[in-house]
Design a protein around this ligand. Structure first.
Ligand code: ADP
Ligand code: MG
Length: 412
């Protein structure tokens, strides 16, 4: 396991913390009159007309930031926001994020208009013990995504210690995630450790039986996860649009269902590797289009006619999966088993989610859309751990070492 900064004496130290503050932003809807607009342009810094539509990533970062501040350190926060691709894009400024962070932390949060150079250096020099500073979007510089050594050196010069708390960005070898660790002692933050411990508990030392549910849109994006999990699990329940490709590979009629023809061989290979462990859906809620308000029919998976699409797991599938989940020691769940975004096709995902929650197992939920489904279907709080890692979680579930984790010191 990785070492926590919590064993250090941080009083007075400048702690450079990488967080994932990449929140969804929306433009304020109220249209300004042109006079007001002009006045606002002069009085307000760029990016101030943006509102944060979901601040859960900021809330997730609070634990580490508050703790480091309480230890008397000077807290310097780095993050990216969106994809400015090395250019200064005012709409992607972290300024509104810094303001929201101040409200959540209930303490002032300073902001530097650049993440390196004189503006950043002066802002850092003004910090007292316990103060928090947010640096402007690191991706305003190409050097971040390029992991440019000179850019990494400039960033690292702002701190004495580096803390990576951005698990969700740690599959990227960027300067603010990986490069700075060449110059500073590097430790894990609280959120980072929570993510690593949950993944470790579920995948490396699972209480058995270990049951995985892998579903979602495509076989091609989950092939690595399937290959890594199959040898580890006692059973693997496969669903979502991915399952259609498996049915087609078996020679079944799948009607107009979403299928990846280029992944048929992968499906056959997984079938062979998973013989005796793999469970597929037995029925499906079908419609003629993946749209709200469609007529739906419940069909067995070998009876889908031309023009019909399998869009959700049916009740017999949910019962079948629930039987497998009952008595599991550990459950790993990635991928919605239907088009959960549309109410007509969300019951399968809700039913599977409830079966995971009711199984009594240690339950780890991962994947961007799966986490969104958990929230949308009212299942929040019913699992042991819902990973915030998105793509990083999936890479971990492929057995890959995440570069932003690899650079951190090991616990001794
Ligand atoms: P995650 O982000 O959690 O890894 P994925 O991105 O793999 O999950 O898959 C999520 C998407 O899969 C959702 O947008 C959902 O609508 C879609 N999906 C699930 N089942 C089906 C299906 N039967 N047909 C079409 N799309 C599906
Ligand atoms: Mg997804």
């Amino acid at each position: 396991m990785k070492a926590s900064y919590q064993s250090l004496d941080l009083r007075g130290e400048r702690v450079l913390v990488r967080e994932d503050l990449n929140v969804p932003l929306q433009t304020r809807l109220s249209p300004k009159t042109s006079a007001e607009g002009a006045a606002a342009e002069h009085s307000q810094p760029a990016g101030d007309d943006r509102i944060i539509s979901d601040d859960s990533r900021l809330r997730a970062a609070l634990g580490t930031l508050r703790d480091i501040s309480d230890r008397g350190a000077r807290v310097i926060v780095m993050s990216h926001l969106g994809r400015p691709k090395g250019r200064r894009v005012p709409e992607l400024s972290l300024r509104p994020v810094a303001r929201r962070l101040a409200e959540l932390l209930e303490q002032p949060v300073a902001f530097a208009d650049d993440c390196v150079g004189p503006l950043a250096e002066e802002a850092v020099a003004r910090l007292g013990e316990g103060d928090v500073l947010v640096l402007e979007n690191v991706r305003f510089h190409r050097g971040d995504e390029d992991n440019d050594p000179e850019f990494a050196r400039e960033l690292a010069a702002l701190g004495d210690v580096y803390v990576n708390d951005a698990f969700a960005a740690s599959h990227r070898a960027h300067a603010s995630v990986v490069g700075v660790a060449a110059h500073l002692p590097a430790y894990a933050g609280i959120l980072m450790l929570a993510e690593l411990e949950a993944l470790h508990r579920a995948l490396d030392e699972p209480r058995r039986p270990l049951v995985a549910i892998v579903a979602g849109a495509k076989v091609s994006t989950k092939a690595g996860v399937l290959r890594f999990l199959l040898p580890k699990v006692d059973s693997l329940l496969l669903g979502g649009a991915m399952a259609n490709t498996f049915f087609k590979a078996e020679g079944k009629e799948v009607g107009a269902s979403l299928v990846e023809d280029e992944a048929l061989d992968t499906a056959r290979e997984v079938q062979r590797q998973g013989a005796g462990k793999l469970e597929l859906p037995v029925d499906a809620v079908c419609a003629r289009a993946a749209e709200p308000g469609q007529d739906t029919v419940l069909l067995p998976v070998d009876g889908v006619d031309d023009g019909w699409m399998m869009l959700d797991a049916g009740p017999a599938t949910v019962r079948h999966f629930a039987e497998r989940l009952h008595g599991a020691g550990t459950v790993v769940w990635n991928g919605p088993v239907g088009v959960f975004e549309i109410p007509e096709f969300s019951e399968g995902t809700r039913g599977v989610g409830e079966a995971v929650a009711d199984s009594g197992a240690y339950s780890l939920v991962g994947g961007g859309d799966t986490a969104a489904a958990v929230a949308a279907l009212g299942l929040t709080g019913r699992f042991s751990h819902v990973s915030t890692g998105g793509g990083a979680t999936l890479e971990y579930m492929e057995g890959r070492e995440l570069p932003g984790v690899a650079v951190l010191r090991d616990r001794v």
